[in-house]
Design a protein around this ligand. Structure first.
Ligand code: ADP
Ligand code: ASP
Ligand code: MG
Length: 259
C-alpha cells in the first residue's frame, strides 16, 4: 500500500491511513510505502534554494518543517510514547539544519547534496508513521530504502538497477517476519550515496517492491478516487475511470497529469 503526500498531509488524514492499514493488516502481509508529509519535499527544495542564495529566510522554513512534524507527533502519539519518537525526529531535524547551514556557507547546492536534502521528508515521515503504527498495534519493520533500491548516480532522477534491487529486496524480506514499512522516493548508489527517484518517485518505490516480491496487488492511495476523466481540482464533474490501458496511462503521464 502506498500513501502519497496528500494522504499524509495532516493528523486527520494520517488517522485515516492508520485505519486503512489496520484493516488490511488483519488479512494480508503488508508492505507500506509512504511519501513525505504534505508539501514537505517542496519546502526542502525551497530551503536549499534560499540557503544556496545566502538568504537567512531558509531558517524560517526549517522552523515550519519542524513545527509540522512535531505538531503531528504531539497530536497523534500518547504522551508516554512521545519522547522516543521526538528524539529520533529531533536527530534528523538537527542533521537537516546542519546540511542547510553547510549549503548556506558554500552558497551552492550540489546535485548530490540536493538529493540528500530532499530525502529528509521521507526519512521523517517514515519514522513517525512506522512508530505510530507500532503504537496502534500494527507491528511494522521499518526498513531502510537505501539498502533495498540500488541506482546509478544520476542525482535527482536516478536510474534503478532492477536486477540488483530485486535481489536485495528479496533477501531482506526473507529475513523479516510480518509487515514492513519502506520510505518512498529514496535509494542509494553502489557506493552508498543517497539518491532519489525523481519527483513523485514514491509510486515507483512501491511498484519496485511489489514487482520484486510478486505481491498479489499494489494499491496507490491518494486524495482522489482513482484516475479520473480530468483533474477533479479543475473539473468538478470528473468521473473515476474503471479501466485504463498501459498506453493510455503512459500518454497521460507523458503529458504531465500529476496523478
Ligand atoms: P500523491 O502522490 O500526493 O498521493 P498524486 O501524485 O497521485 O498524489 O496526485 C494526485 C492529484 O493528481 C490529485 O489530487 C489531482 O488533483 C491530480 N490529478 C491530475 N489529473 C488527474 C486525473 N486525471 N485523475 C485524478 N487526479 C488527477
Ligand atoms: N516526496 C516526493 C515528492 O514530493 C516523492 C513522492 O511524493 O512521491 O516528489
Ligand atoms: Mg505523487
Amino acid at each position: 500500500l502506498k500513501f502519497g503526500g496528500s494522504s499524509v498531509g495532516n493528523a486527520e488524514r494520517i488517522e485515516q491511513v492508520i485505519r486503512i492499514v489496520k484493516n488490511e493488516s488483519v488479512r494480508h502481509q503488508l508492505v507500506v510505502v509512504a511519501s513525505a508529509f504534505g508539501k514537505v519535499t517542496n519546502k526542502l527544495e525551497q530551503c536549499g534554494q534560499l540557503a544556496g542564495n545566502g538568504d537567512y529566510e531558509y531558517e524560517k522554513l526549517l522552523k515550519k518543517i519542524e513545527t509540522l512534524h512535531m505538531g503531528i507527533v504531539r497530536e497523534l502519539f500518547p504522551l508516554q510514547n512521545q519522547s522516543s519518537v521526538i528524539a529520533d525526529v529531533k536527530l534528523l531535524l538537527n542533521e537537516l539544519e546542519d546540511i542547510c547551514h553547510g549549503i548556506f556557507l558554500l552558497k551552492e547546492v550540489f546535485p548530490r547534496t540536493h538529493d540528500y536534502l530532499l530525502g529528509f521528508g521521507e526519512r521523517l515521515s517514515g519514522i513517525i508513521l512506522s512508530s505510530l503504527l507500532n503504537t496502534r498495534g500494527v507491528k511494522m519493520n521499518l526498513l531502510d530504502a537505501r539498502k533495498l533500491i540500488l541506482t546509478d548516480e544520476t542525482y535527482g532522477n536516478a536510474q534503478v538497477n532492477k536486477e540488483e534491487s530485486y535481489a536485495r529486496i528479496q533477501s531482506v524480506f526473507n529475513r523479516i517476519d510480518g509487515h514492513a514499512f519502506v520510505p518512498g522516493f529514496i535509494a542509494a548508489s553502489p557506493s552508498g550515496k543517497m539518491t532519489t527517484l525523481g519527483r513523485g518517485g514514491s509510486d515507483y518505490t512501491a511498484a519496485l517492491l511489489a514487482a520484486a516480491l510478486h505481491a498479489d496487488a499494489l494499491e496507490i492511495w491518494t486524495d482522489v478516487d482513482g484516475v479520473m476523466t480530468a483533474d477533479p481540482r479543475m473539473v468538478s464533474q470528473a468521473l473515476p475511470l474503471q479501466k485504463l490501458s498501459y498506453e493510455e496511462i503512459m500518454e497521460l503521464s507523458h503529458f504531465g497529469a500529476k496523478v
